[in-house]
Design a protein around this ligand. Structure first.
Ligand code: ADP
Ligand code: MG
Length: 702
């Protein structure tokens, strides 16, 4: 555990630089909050013109404090911050909580760099600047200007937005979801999300890590730290829409990256992504109180058919579709319900269900090996007392002594239900006020398990790859003063990384083209080769299915004419002749160099409709073989690869291999490749492989 960061977040002794005697000033509020939160370490206000603040002895400088000070909050105006940081360094402070704003978020980037430079010189870490502060229930520490410690609990949250942190602090009481720590991370000049994930993963008071992120500054590191973490992590990423992204950027001075790449990175890192603030709370509740759901079998027990149907409806979307319980399970459950009840799934105990039936069925079902997760629903009735039902459920679960299987609950009704659910949450069972939310929470626990398994898959190094050969081609293109590779050059690089490309031969003259075609064998395809023509079809530069010499000659002339008409001064290398590949499903594989995460691969249904359908998915490269397979399965039109309407299933294995190789290639050459694509990749029947028909690589600018 980073000892310096511990000094910052759980300090023994804290100075308040810019402490004020005036109520309403931030420097006053922080002192007041430290006192009111019950912090037991030393509190040392620093203010050159005050002797005492809120009854505490006040120092002219942090250097005058006789005791050890591990952390300092800084609230003085921006122009005095650097001086204060130096003094803290001299004093031996470990961590700075820089509340003062007016740094990179308003363009004062140099001053922010200087702040970090000075802090590093003294071995200090910096939270912020532009933060609300940090709060910890286990340390009774409110070193912030948020009004009070959050409702006590076992999750911890880090927020890039200070205003939202204060709002969440208050919401913890109305939503009854407890947190141990709330940390405002501000401009992330030094301490970033990767640091926080790594530290919180080792923090004994934290069971679940919740994050509100607008834009990461440490993409790769965040993925690595999150992937290493042993605790569940849930994130709400703001800046989803184009408009939202712009708002986030101007807000914190940090650029929010493309949403799809973020989502991919989160998945790879095993991080659960919440859809909105409410969902962030729902996920946090489930993940902080329950273990992951390790199998597929979800059983739902209810006293009302309606909520049972609602639960069934939402189960599929939540990734935990319901199936009927085995006969033996049904037989046993039938003993605890009237004859008109149902023991299938959902198990409907009917409105006659009282404490005992709830207890007995929950007790049996939770212990049964077929059940991998249990959702218990209850509709308020005139004959039952919600609190007693809650206690029966809790008792039934506790008696099984099972702790590696999840349960979630929903009570639907009025105030009595709210009280009962609050009791359940306080006693470790996540409870939601709608059946679909209880099911969705179970889906989150299942998703957590799936992501954990995936992130632990090894990423193979591709030893067969010939990086040298690839670099040779790239260097030659650079010598030419170009950044865009032709189809032939691109295919050579794909080939160096072991991918199956349609062999391509350059012809400069018409006779040349005929000779090549005869050697390859008809039918052939002719295409223009020019670094100035990226989209060959658009320029009339592609002729397919050519069957004889006359066809080759005619196509050659037409393509040349079209190309010159398209761009008068186009630099034309010649025309390629290649084998006409048999028809296959058209796929696109591509890459971008994401500003946050680096080399990132894309996969989707390809061909001419790719831009319209936008049915694509991303992963930060490199990827494991398992990730490739999950990419193939997660696009909307994934079923096409499995063979629809009597078609043969496609060779998904060969396609997954290409994806893994491709990802390896773009990460291995991430310094060189800025964008690339293979469109189309033709995918054939199972066992028949794939062929890359077209290839394009754009180099980074150097
Ligand atoms: P561009 O994308 O630059 O327009 P392509 O090389 O992708 O050029 O060619 C356009 C289309 O022609 C492809 O999408 C594919 O359908 C078809 N095509 C190109 N080359 C071949 C080939 N060797 N075999 C079969 N079809 C091909
Ligand atoms: Mg193409």
């Amino acid at each position: 555990m980073d000892d310096v960061l511990t000094g910052l977040l759980r300090p023994k002794g804290i100075a308040i630089i810019g402490a004020s005697a005036k109520p309403g000033k931030i420097g006053h509020t922080v002192v007041k909050n430290l006192l009111e939160s019950g912090y037991t370490g030393g509190i040392y206000p620093v203010n050159p013109s005050a002797d005492e603040i809120l009854g505490l002895k006040t120092y002219k400088s942090v250097l005058d404090i006789p005791d050890k000070v591990e952390a300092a909050t800084i609230t003085v105006p921006a122009k005095y911050v650097l001086g204060a940081v130096k003094e803290c360094g001299e004093k031996g402070v470990k961590g700075l909580i820089v509340i003062t704003s007016g740094f990179s978020e308003v363009g004062e980037t140099e001053m922010e760099h200087e702040l970090v430079r000075i802090a590093r010189e003294y071995g200090m870490r910096v939270l912020g600047p532009n933060v609300v502060g940090t709060l910890s229930n286990s340390d009774k520490l409110n070193a912030s200007f948020a009004p009070f410690l959050p409702l006590n609990g076992s999750a911890s949250l880090v927020s890039q937005s200070g205003a939202l942190l204060i709002a969440i602090d208050a919401i913890t009481y109305t939503r009854r979801i407890g947190f141990d720590k709330l940390v405002s991370i501000g401009n992330m000049s030094d301490v970033n999300f990767g640091d926080m994930v790594s530290w919180l993963d080792e923090d004994e008071s934290t069971k679940c890590i919740s994050l509100y992120i607008e834009g990461l500054k440490d993409g790769r590191r965040f993925i690595d730290e999150s992937a290493k973490a042993s605790k569940p992590i849930v994130v709400l990423k703001a800046g989803v829409s184009a408009h939202g992204a712009a708002a986030a950027a101007s807000h914190t001075g940090s650029l929010a990256g493309a949403q799809k790449v973020y989502s991919a990175a989160f998945q790879q890192a095993g991080v659960i992504q919440a859809t909105d603030l409410s969902d962030l709370f729902d996920c946090t509740l489930a993940l902080s109180l329950q273990p992951p759901m390790k199998g597929d079998n979800l059983l739902v027990i209810t006293n009302g058919g309606g909520v049972g149907v609602l639960a069934t409806d939402s189960a599929e979307a939540a990734g935990v579709p319901l199936t009927f319980a085995p006969d033996a399970v049904q037989e046993e459950l039938k003993k605890h319900m009237p004859s008109f009840g149902s023991a299938k799934n959902p198990v409907d105990l009917t409105g006659m269900a009282g404490n005992d039936w709830y207890h007995d069925t929950v007790n049996f079902a939770f212990a049964h090996e077929w059940v991998d997760g249990l959702v218990v629903l209850y509709c308020e009735t005139a004959m039952t007392n919600p609190m007693e039902i809650a206690k029966s459920i809790h008792k039934a679960v506790a008696e099984t002594k099972i702790t590696d299987k999840p349960i979630t609950v929903s009570f639907v009704g009025g105030e009595r239900c709210d009280e009962a659910m609050q009791w359940l949450v306080e006693n470790g069972i996540p409870a939601y006020n709608a059946p679909d939310l209880a099911v969705k929470a179970m889906g989150t626990l299942k998703e957590y398990d799936r992501l954990q398994a995936l992130k632990n898959e090894p990423i193979e190094e591709n030893h067969a790859a010939n990086k040298e050969a690839a670099l040779k081609i790239i260097n030659k293109v650079r010598e030419d003063g170009r950044t865009s590779l032709t189809e032939i050059e691109s295919k050579k690089i794909f080939n160096a990384y072991g991918m199956p490309v349609v062999q391509t031969h350059l012809a400069v003259t018409e006779d040349d083209a005929v000779k090549q075609a005869e050697e390859i064998g008809y039918p052939v395809v002719l295409k223009i080769v020019s670094p100035d023509i990226l989209h060959k079809s658009d320029a009339g530069g592609v002729k397919v299915n050519i069957n004889d010499e006359a066809g080759v000659r005619e196509s050659f002339q037409t393509i040349m004419k079209n190309a010159k008409a398209y761009k008068v001064d186009a630099n034309i290398h010649g025309i390629v002749v290649q084998k006409m590949a048999p028809w296959g499903t058209e796929i696109i594989v591509g890459s971008i160099n994401d500003p946050t995460f680096g080399a990132t691969v894309m996969f989707g249904l390809g061909g001419i409709f790719v831009e319209v359908l936008k049915d694509v998915t991303f992963r930060v490269a490199p990827i494991s073989a398992g990730e490739s397979v999950s990419m193939l399965n997660e696009i909307k039109s994934a079923a096409i690869l499995d063979g629809v309407r009597g078609e043969e299933p496609r060779d998904k294995k060969a396609l997954a291999d290409v994806l893994t190789q491709y990802a390896y290639m773009v990460s291995d050459l991430s310094e060189e490749i800025s964008e690339s694509d293979a469109n189309p990749v033709l995918v054939y029947d199972e066992g028949k492989g794939v062929k890359i028909v077209d290839a394009r690589i754009i180099l980074t600018k150097k």
